[in-house]
Write a new protein. Structure first.
Length: 638
């Protein structure tokens, strides 16, 4: 059998297993499968099989395209060993799920061996698909469960647990460890991801790009708005920043470069726009489901609470883009808008998307909402006329959906032991006690320290993993400092998301730089300038919880929203040095003083800061305005 034939056979097997799993989960949505322990064990078994097949397909693609790297053989070995262990051991757990659940933690020696090998197999597959950084972090944390009794520091020292007890919580218990977060993948994530893939297949990306052009023709530097609108909308249903950069950046980055944006800035705008989808309902970068799990509340309550901060994120990025465009004297877009594409494709997107949101708001399960959304999208897309998707487009979208949901499910299975270790060993509270003893008793300093640690811990990690790590580490610490649970979770969640754009790792900026041809450092710096307009938002909702009150909003939400908008505007002026004209450094320092006064008022709510804000704002604006008029007048006389 040739490499091409083997690749085709693997792809067919992957699609067949994915289709069987889709039907299986679909049947469970309507309550036709009763034993949840067998159900989740079956789901994990399919995920192991599909992630193994996808690993082999990737290796064969490299072999066929003659793009093998130095470590191709080593990666093949990791994939083979990981597949044998993960598939074989997950199959054993699937067959013995009921027995293992009934006898825990008094497992037989062979059961314990299977559990250990199962963990090793999952880690190897996770290493192949998600890299060494995440896998190393999981291994280090899980090792604490086994060897925590050897830690010399009393606060962190554990009792010596029986191996069977540990393995039950990590690998053999079908409701703990690797199966704990797998429930999210099966019950909530699966059909929403397939729905997002189907939307892309029926043409959503082209539609939102055209909508972005409508805005871009009216605003200076408007070539960025197909990225801001298009990438933001697509990322809100895709839920992954880096993959969204690769998907939409192929269209938006060349468009921005053709309209005068620097390579670094074009990449930065796409990276920030794609990152916005991590905090934008309805998906919230998958982490929203984990927030709901940790808070023990319906997911829709988390998604609704995230709406106002998410819109403020977009407004901050927009302020930055417009100010940069004016500073660099960019023009409006002149590209023709395909209005027919918008009108013919909008009903498919709007009706199916609205149905999903309505069902979620009505507290239906995300699985049911996803199934309904898929059915409506497939039923309406044939009515799009010449924009009706071709069979190959739908096939490719379905395969892409299976790949994404497989890798995300593998990710959740892999980080389950990490989360379980934090919870079972009470490591979160142990670290919180340690941090409280070290750090000063100041709410602002606690938040500032948490921000720095969140950005550091989230570097290079996928959004859901970054959130899990920082939330389990820091949320108890914030709660001991008097901050409500939901505020603490959202605070660390935002900075875990921001970590995809902050050096030295900045994975979203790295992906964007590769597409734009710019430098990684330049793209990361430009991305940070855009992001600085949004760093204020987490502090805003901690000190003003009404920002998370949607849909039960009152007039109390208006003052903090207006204040944040003003600070986003002034901080963008500071970053890009433009307000009516290019500013001198002393003038930029003046706007920095305005921003500092406003931020102080946001967190302290004292009249003196409000007075300082108003006076400084009026003086700086009047100064720039009057000197602008003098500059124009002198230019005319010359």
């Amino acid at each position: 059998m040739s490499a091409h034939q083997l690749r085709s056979a693997i792809l067919v097997a992957f699609i067949a297993l994915g289709t069987i799993l889709t039907v299986y989960i679909g049947v469970s949505v309507f309550g036709l499968i009763s034993n949840s322990k067998v159900y989740y064990a079956t789901f994990v078994f399919f995920v192991m099989c599909m992630s193994s097949l996808h690993a082999f397909k990737e290796l064969l693609d490299e072999y066929i395209e003659k793009s093998k790297g130095r470590f191709w053989t080593a990666r093949l070995g990791i994939a083979v060993v990981g597949a044998i262990l993960a598939v074989g051991c997950s199959g054993y757990v699937r067959i013995h799920a009921i027995r293992l659940d009934s006898i825990h933690p008094f497992f037989e020696t062979f059961d314990i061996t299977i559990g250990i090998l199962f963990i090793v197999g999952v880690m190897l597959l996770n290493f192949f698909h998600w890299g060494w950084l995440l896998t190393s972090l999981i291994v280090i944390i899980v090792s604490y469960f086994f060897f925590g009794h050897l830690v010399p520091y009393p606060i962190l020292r554990l009792p010596e647990y029986d191996v069977g007890f540990v393995i039950h919580y990590l690998g053999l218990g079908v409701s703990e460890g690797m199966f704990w977060l797998a429930r999210l993948a099966a019950d909530k994530l699966y059909f929403l991801v397939i729905f997002a893939a189907i939307l892309l297949g029926v043409g959503m990306l082209k539609m939102v790009i055209e909508i972005g052009k409508v805005t871009g023709r009216k605003i200076q530097g408007g070539a960025a708005f197909p990225a801001i609108i298009g990438s933001g909308v697509v990322a809100s249903v895709m839920g992954q920043a880096v993959s969204n950069v690769v998907l939409t950046g192929r269209l938006t980055i060349p468009m921005m470069k053709n309209h005068g944006y620097r390579k670094d800035m074009a990449g930065a705008i796409e990276a920030v726009a794609s990152t916005s989808g991590q905090i934008m309902p309805p998906i919230l970068g998958l982490a929203g489901f984990i927030i709901a799990l940790f808070l023990n509340v319906p997911y829709i309550e988390v998604a609704l609470a995230a709406l106002i901060p998410a819109l403020l994120f977009l407004s901050g990025a927009t302020f930055g883009v417009i100010t940069c465009a004016k500073h660099e004297k960019l023009k409006r877009m002149e590209d023709e808008v395909d209005y027919q594409a918008i009108w013919r494709m909008a009903p498919t997107f709007l009706i199916s998307f609205a149905a999903v949101v309505i069902l979620l708001v009505g507290y239906y399960s995300p699985a049911i909402a996803g199934v309904v959304g898929i059915a409506l999208a497939l039923g309406l897309c044939p009515l799009q006329g010449k924009y009706r998707p071709k069979r190959k487009e739908m096939y490719d979208a379905y395969v892409d959906g299976l790949v994404i949901v497989t890798l995300l499910s593998l990710l959740l299975v892999a980080i389950g032991p990490l989360a379980q270790t934090f919870l079972t060993t009470n490591l979160s509270n142990r670290l919180a006690i340690l941090l409280v003893q070290i750090l000063p008793d100041s709410k602002f300093l606690l938040l500032l320290g948490t921000m720095v640690v969140s950005l550091f811990l989230g570097m290079g990690l996928p959004t859901p993993v970054a959130y899990v790590v920082v939330s389990l580490t820091l949320v108890p610490f914030l709660q001991q400092g008097g901050i409500d649970a939901i505020l603490a979770h959202f605070f660390v969640f935002y900075f875990a998301v921001f970590s995809t754009l902050t050096p030295p790792v900045a994975v979203s900026a790295l992906a964007a730089a590769k597409l734009s041809g710019g430098t990684f450092i330049g793209t990361a710096i430009d991305g940070m300038k855009l992001m600085l307009t949004t760093f204020i938002i987490p502090y805003g909702f901690v000190y003003h919880p009404e920002l998370l009150s949607f849909p039960n909003v009152t007039w109390e939400v208006v003052p903090p929203v207006l204040l944040i908008l003003v600070l986003q505007w002034t901080s963008s002026i500071v970053c890009y040095g433009y307000f009516f004209r290019d500013l001198t450094w002393p003038e930029r320092w003046g706007f920095l003083a305005v921003t500092a006064a406003g931020f102080s008022y946001l967190i302290n709510d004292r009249t003196i800061e409000l007075i300082a804000l108003v006076i400084l704002l009026v003086l700086t604006v009047l100064w720039v305005w009057t000197t602008r008029k003098r500059t124009v007048s002198s230019a005319i006389h010359r």
